[in-house]
Ligand binder design. Sequence first.
Ligand SMILES: [Mg+2]
Ligand SMILES: [Zn+2]
Length: 198
Amino acid sequence: MNEMSNSIFNNIRVILLDRDGVINEEPGPILSPEQFVMIPKSAAAVARLNARGWRCFVITNQAAFARGDLSESVFQTITEKMRVELEKSAAHIDGQYYCPHHPDWENGHRRTVAKACACRKPGTLLLEQASAEHGFSAEETVFIGDSTSDFAAAAKWGACSIGVRTGHAGRDGKASTEPDYWQADLWEAVEFLLENSS
Ligand SMILES: [Mg+2]
Ligand SMILES: [Zn+2]
């Protein structure tokens, strides 16, 4: 997949997007709608994906739930803020999947014994759920993320990935996994996808 040609992304039907650091700025965990600030041109980028007819799903780790810093109702107000911000650019997301877990935390308390879940990226359960519920395969999917856990999840599941230099910019230090491609931000990643598909 390292050869540039017009055929790289010809099978693509679905774009999976990490949220924090890709759609919105990530100064740290997003715990309120006020902290949810869009990355410049990310909404316009999603609008281009919508116009291209590719469905877009958000796949996000939200360990703030496990740490006890985020409730379902507040998370929904943050999701609503995202919807409104996207709508300003006539953009929309077709669905959102999130992992509320953390291996070391549960209900605001540190676990005595670490326990991993299958849905927290680099786990692939959320990707599998999205694909099962919406009928698409890994071969038809590109994952756009800013963290090594995004790239690792995509690779494990068999999907192509694009890393963006916003958010963690791949420098989260959790793993050494590289994406298939690097782009500056979501806007450039979408530009790259559109240029290399027909
Ligand atoms: Mg991220
Ligand atoms: Zn989980």
